[in-house]
Design a protein around this ligand. Structure first.
Ligand SMILES: Nc1ncnc2c1ncn2[C@@H]1O[C@H](COP(=O)(O)OP(=O)(O)OP(=O)(O)O)[C@@H](O)[C@H]1O
Length: 522
């Protein structure tokens, strides 16, 4: 690998250090030359976490360096961990002795090792910016905080600012994506969803797989998706990165992180309605989302408004929930574990998910009984199916704190009819560390599939919602009580109440690594 091993004294803003790049090129290590001199500090930078290395000194926070006449200096740009899962761009300048070619040799060696350890880094990205999403700052966010980082890392970005809904979808479905290593969505959960749906659909079409076939094994797309959060909820970004920060997300993309994610398909009589990666909810959350849609003009506060309204109305809905329990006996929605970077439960699941026939593999290897179907009938305030914790800034632990991102299962939470105060008790536990499932009217199961059937009522053919019900909660309060709620699927309202839900293990991959357990500081 040419000249890749270096070790020599160099001057840094942290003092004079003996700097070395050990064989294998995994770390850049600096030890203070004069031990005990106040102010001198050592360092250890992971080459995998280096964004770039440049000849010259850094002249600005954006990572610009000025090589002109500065051939004795070089700058290393790397990931720096901040509080609460946030990452920032750190830089460290090095000064080599005058009239030596040491700086150039260091830059060459580090570039070689960054390339060697960065095989999963994207070189070319297709970026969709939704200027209409969230607080309408997506363009500013991308241009101001992300574009310069991609440029510093040498990533070519083909940027499309969408002028209408479904423009990203049409592009993904009909254009040649061969030159790209990944897609990036700059916007909220809605924009990410549009990109994800189109990518899954494109992949199945190209492979000749019908998405309408209930039993089909869907093919995972080979392109990863990056999310630069610029929406009003950004739940998927928060649950997979641990923070909603554009710079942190950009850095995860740059270093080529990869996080598999389970995806649920939601069908009505076999016909595909939507895919979901976070919450599919009937009752409370269905009512909140459908009511908030009518108040988009309020901005993000519409969710709080609709939430208060739904709590006060304390509506419960009748129906039958059937579900196939997951056979991962060693995990449960109440086992107090958390899915974190490098999660063992998810990597164990990868083995059988990758092997193809997951059902067969598991029963053969573990001798456990196939996930049997169970049935619960009654009145429910909320039926939630979530294939991840669905954590967000307002609920840092999420709807189901122990759910896994990529174990091929979802958690089914049934909140049975109860008083408004009891339901409020359950809801407030989402914002603190108390167990929201430790209540007599709440039950939770780890499942592979769910079926929901409403009790048949007049006006509701075949579980299809009448137009008023789809438009929102108002039907209940203004025109008499509606017997049906509606399903919300990652923020979209579905048009049918009778649905079946199935988990597709690790169907997509994001440029993320899950939430880190114990942040390491430089
Ligand atoms: N130029 C555009 N004009 C209007 N809508 C667009 C445009 N580009 C994309 N969209 C659509 O806007 C929808 C909402 O986008 P996004 O989720 O980013 O915003 P949001 O207001 O934060 O919503 P959410 O509540 O889902 O977070 C997406 O479904 C997307 O299809």
């Amino acid at each position: 690998m040419g000249e890749t091993f270096l070790r020599c004294p160099l001057r840094t803003p942290r003092g004079r250090c003996l700097v070395s790049l050990p064989p294998g090129g995994e770390f850049l290590v600096g030890t203070p030359e004069l031990v005990g001199r106040p102010g001198d500090q050592g360092f250890c930078i992971l080459v995998q976490e280096m964004v770039a290395v440049r000849l010259g000194v850094a002249s600005g926070t954006e990572g610009d360096s000025s090589p002109a006449g500065d051939e004795n200096h070089f700058t290393v740009f790397f990931i720096q961990r901040e509080k609460e899962e946030r990452w920032s761009l750190g830089s460290l300048e090095f000064t080599a002795p005058a009239s030596s070619d040491l700086a150039i040799r260091w830059v060459t060696a580090l570039e070689i090792w960054i390339y060697h350890h960065g095989v999963t880094r994207p070189k070319s990205l297709l970026v969709f910016i939704n200027p209409a999403g969230g607080r309408k700052k997506a363009v500013e966010t991308y241009q101001g905080q992300v574009a310069s980082l991609f440029a510093l890392a040498g990533i070519h970005a083909h940027v499309i600012e969408t002028s209408r809904a479904n423009e990203a979808r049409d592009y993904i479905l009909h254009q040649d994506l061969c030159g790209f290593d990944g897609l990036v969505s700059v916007g909220g959960d809605g924009t990410f969803n549009e990109v994800m749906h189109a990518l899954i659909e494109r992949t199945q079409r190209k492979a000749g797989i019908s998405e309408e076939d209930t039993d089909t094994e869907l093919l995972p797309p080979h392109l990863r998706i990056g999310i630069i959060p610029a929406g009003s909820t950004d739940c998927v970004c928060f649950a997979t990165v641990g923070t909603n920060d554009p710079v942190t997300s950009a850095l995860h993309i740059i270093i080529g992180d990869s996080q598999p994610l389970d995806v649920c398909s939601i069908r009505h009589h076999g016909k595909l309605l939507r895919y979901s990666v976070s919450l599919v909810g009937y009752g409370f959350y269905g009512d909140v989302v459908s009511a908030s849609e009518k108040h988009r003009w309020m901005g993000p506060v519409r969710y709080t408004y609709a939430g208060v309204k739904a709590v006060l109305s304390n509506r419960s809905y009748e129906g039958t929930v059937e579900f196939q329990v997951a056979r991962l006996e060693e995990t449960s929605p109440r086992d107090q574990t958390r899915c974190r970077s490098g999660c063992l439960v998810c990597s164990e699941s990868s083995k059988y998910l990758l092997a193809g026939n997951e059902e067969k593999q598991l029963s053969e290897s573990e001798g456990c009984t196939d996930g049997e179907w169970q049935r619960v009938q009654g009145r429910f305030l909320a039926i939630n199916v979530t294939s991840m914790s669905s954590a967000c800034p307002k609920s840092p632990e999420g709807l189901s704190p122990c759910a896994h991102l990529a174990d091929g299962t979802a958690d089914l939470i049934l909140v049975h009819e109860c008083s408004m105060l009891s339901f409020l008790r359950h809801l407030t536990r989402h914002t603190n560390r108390s167990d929201q499932f430790d209540l007599p009217f709440v039950s939770v199961y780890r499942v592979k599939a769910v079926r929901f059937t409403t009790s048949k009522v007049e006006d509701c053919e075949d579980g299809e919602l009448p137009a008023q019900a789809r438009k929102g909660l108002c039907w209940g309060t203004c025109q008499g009580e509606s017997p049906l709620s509606c399903w919300t699927c990652d923020g979209e309202t579905l048009s049918h109440a009778d649905v079946s839900i199935r988990v597709h293990g690790q169907l997509i991959h994001l440029f993320a690594r899950g939430i880190e357990q114990a942040p390491r500081m430089l």
